[in-house]
Design a protein around this ligand. Structure first.
Ligand SMILES: C[S@@+](CC[C@H](N)C(=O)[O-])C[C@H]1O[C@@H](n2cnc3c(N)ncnc32)[C@H](O)[C@@H]1O
Length: 473
């Protein structure tokens, strides 16, 4: 690519990379005159600047300064990049002017990075100023520069203020650096392992409180059906926005406790909040679609949308009116589907890496038997229950567990309800960790679990939050 660009300019410029390296090593004069001759030829300037590489200690940087105001954005950017190699505080005013005035955010980013590279206390006020920039990448670069001085009161205070910054990357860095949850000194885990104190445990409590005590990267798979906004009695939220924010909090923590490259599967569907009178209309909330935005933003990578199709609709008939009048626009089909949205914790590693973490006999034993579903439409009958109004059918849990985990893995349901996922996991030689807020469902789980065969060493532990905390010590 570059060679071709040069060919185009051959009449004026025909130096190679090697020539530039030689010029740089001999003295600066040759280089300076070459730059002067090519001031109007941006391609050539870019070529020179790109190939300066490591600069000798006696290198004269002064000629780079004039290029920081060049018309061409790439020339300016590379000039700043090369100036940064000097790591000299004498450039600080120049770089801060560039940061304040340059039109290009790429050049500005390079300038803040150059200030950071100085690793000098005089740079602190300039970096703190950059924290207010509207470009989150500039803010991140400034944070990076400031973290060198972590522990300095002013630096820490300025960074902590970004705790609620509107950009998620900024928030993540700050919360990781300053607000990370207390970590017990825990043994290093292999990818295939989890902590004994999480195995086959049900905790009665708000999942957000419980997860504070669950270590990073300890869960292999999460499958859950969150409360349906305000469509059922157990789910009363002040607003839809607050409901989504609540789920965001839960799935952010779920992200933290999930092992690298492992899966989260969320079962939801749009819900209807009925109208308050004939003068008003009912409102439909597209939960899976709205939640998706939050999930991908926090680092869950979207993998699949699976449709769970039921033989017939189970909520109030919506098509009745239309069946009679047949007037367009008032068509309201009865929904017989829900979504299983499949996400993977973002990683550069391929799925093969995850699989290779397991012993070959586990992989062999976990292979999915013939008769598996080949499409993304899963036809499964719903399950009704006298105590809990929205429980998972066992077949649904079975598929998810078999397709997305290995034997011996630990699966998690933050909204356990009657605990279907846990019991199914156990029957498939997996372990489980469940949380459920309501005492009545927690107690219900106990009765269901006691009907199950509780083999030695495989007994389910039912804990209050306090008991769970104590179990960690
Ligand atoms: C849709 S149900 C899940 C039913 C479950 N899949 C089953 O098979 O029984 C959602 C459950 O989440 C529980 N829940 C709601 N908010 C919670 C919270 N903050 N922490 C823990 N559980 C919560 C509700 O009490 C309800 O039992």
């Amino acid at each position: 690519m570059k060679e071709r660009k040069l060919d185009n300019n051959k009449a004026r410029f025909s130096l190679s990379k090697e020539d530039i390296i030689k010029l740089k090593q001999n003295d600066n004069k040759g280089l300076i005159s070459l730059v002067k001759d090519n001031l109007t030829n941006s391609n050539s300037l870019v070529f020179i600047l790109e190939h300066l590489g490591h600069l000798p200690s006696n290198f004269d940087y002064s000629w780079l300064v004039s290029l920081t105001t060049h018309d061409n954005e790439n020339v300016r950017l590379l000039a700043v990049k090369n100036l940064a190699k000097q790591a000299s505080v004498s450039n600080i005013e120049l770089l801060s002017r560039i940061l304040a005035d340059d039109k290009s955010s790429m050049v500005k980013r390079e300038a803040v990075s150059a200030i950071g590279r100085m690793r000098a206390t005089v740079a602190i006020p300039y970096l703190i100023k950059a924290l207010a920039d509207e470009d989150p990448k500039i803010v991140c670069q400034a944070i990076r520069g400031l973290l060198v001085f972590k522990g300095d009161k002013i630096v820490d205070k300025s960074l902590k203020k970004l705790k609620n910054h509107e950009n998620e990357l900024v928030r993540n860095i700050v919360s990781k650096e300053f607000f990370a949850k207390r970590k017990n000194k825990l043994p290093e885990l292999r990818h295939t392992e989890t902590y004994h104190f999480l195995e086959n445990v049900v905790v009665n409590g708000d999942v957000r409180d419980v997860l504070k005590f669950v270590p990073d990267e300890s869960i292999h798979l999460t499958f859950t059906s969150p409360p349906y906004y305000n469509a059922r009695d157990y789910s009363i939220y002040p607003s839809y926005e607050k409901y989504l924010r609540f789920l965001e909090e839960v799935f952010r923590e779920t992200f933290r406790i999930t092992k690298e490259g492992r899966f989260l599967i969320v079962n939801t569907s749009p819900v209807i909040i009925p109208r308050i009178s004939r003068a008003h209309s009912s409102k439909r909330y597209p939960i899976p679609f709205d939640l998706h935005y939050y999930l991908v933003n926090m680092g869950w990578e979207f993998i699949d949308d699976i449709i769970w199709e039921k033989p017939e609709y189970s909520v109030k008939n919506r098509i009745g009116g239309f069946q009679q009048h047949r007037k367009p626009l008032a068509y309201k089909p009865n929904s017989i589907t829900e979504y299983l949205m499949v996400y993977r914790k973002k990683t550069d590693r391929l799925i093969d890496w995850n699989i290779h973490q397991y012993d070959s006999n586990i992989v062999e034993e976990s292979k999915v038997k013939d008769g598996f579903e080949t499409t993304n439409v899963w036809k499964i009958a719903p399950k009704s229950d006298k105590i809990h109004s929205a429980i998972f059918p066992v077949d649904l849990c079975k598929r998810v567990i078999e397709y997305y985990s290995f034997k011996g893995d630990i699966v998690f349901d933050p909204f356990a309800g009657s605990g279907t996922l846990g019991r199914t996991a156990k029957s498939l030689d997996r372990k489980f960790f469940l949380t459920e807020k309501e005492v009545k469902y927690f107690e219900y789980m106990k009765t269901l679990q006691s009907k199950d065969k509780q083999t030695k060493g495989d007994v389910t532990k039912f804990f209050t939050l306090e008991q769970f905390k104590n179990s960690l010590q």
